[in-house]
Design a protein around this ligand. Sequence first.
Ligand code: ADP
Ligand SMILES: Cc1ncc(COP(=O)(O)OP(=O)(O)O)c(N)n1
Length: 263
Amino acid sequence: MKRLLTIAGAASQGSAGIQADLKTFQERNVYGMSVITATVANNQTTEQGIFLRPLEEIEAQFYAATEMVGVDTIKTGMLFSADIIEKVVQLIDHYPVPHVVVDPVMIGKMGSQLLENEAIQTMKQLLLPRATIMTPNRYEAAKLLDKHPSQTKAELIEDAKALYQFGSTYVIVKGGRIEDEAIDVLYDGERVQLFHSSPVHTIHTSGAGCSFASCLAAELAKGKTISEAVDISKSYVWYAIQYALNFGEGIGSVNHAAKRMYS
Ligand SMILES: Nc1ncnc2c1ncn2[C@@H]1O[C@H](COP(=O)(O)OP(=O)(O)O)[C@@H](O)[C@H]1O
Ligand SMILES: Cc1ncc(COP(=O)(O)OP(=O)(O)O)c(N)n1
């Protein structure tokens, strides 16, 4: 079984972050491990706060996973501060793996700030050049490029090309629902590839981004090509959104088990 390590924040309401990553790893038949960078105890009605883990604890978690079990692929999510990014980069350099999937999460759907503005520069300079693939949505792409969020397919393509300058081997910009399709744009420095699916008309999409990046990491670890891994991840998340969980209040969670249950 391939061994996957997510370095991300815990999302107490269960849809996103570490919780989404581990649920997705289980669904994709890989062995999941975690380094928790922070605990996000927010939902749409309460703001209990964001509790950062000390750098020493982040390092200890990383070694607990790499020394005892070993890691085939790393996925990063919420890293919050420049200090945490620097620590994670140091750890990744110490333990090289074939694939690092960087999901540059910035703002959660519940409104939580998951990356400090001052940390964006550090992410661009230190983390993105180490990524096999970076997976921003169009809002994160806009922040990284210091522009307005793209509204059209043509603009998403320009974003993917511009983001490639930050040094990841591949870039995928997730359009989400745009031009009445769910379009993602993959760029490898030469070729643009578009991935389409029908849009699901729902607000219950919390965790879609984390689950997409985790599925991508799992499939790359299993030896799939980038295009195959994106295809599988798009289908995995489409089912997760189509069969999303509405808990009766606010934005509901994607259903991480939906592809297994309903396809
Ligand atoms: N309403 C939707 N219907 C179908 N696919 C969607 C929808 N919203 C997002 N997606 C797809 O889900 C994946 C994750 O999207 P992303 O934009 O990262 O979600 P998030 O809103 O959590 O950031 C992408 O492949 C995207 O195209
Ligand atoms: C702790 C934590 N990490 C990441 C996210 C962002 O999740 P994502 O799947 O990209 O999008 P939403 O859940 O915000 O829809 C998060 N919310 N919490």
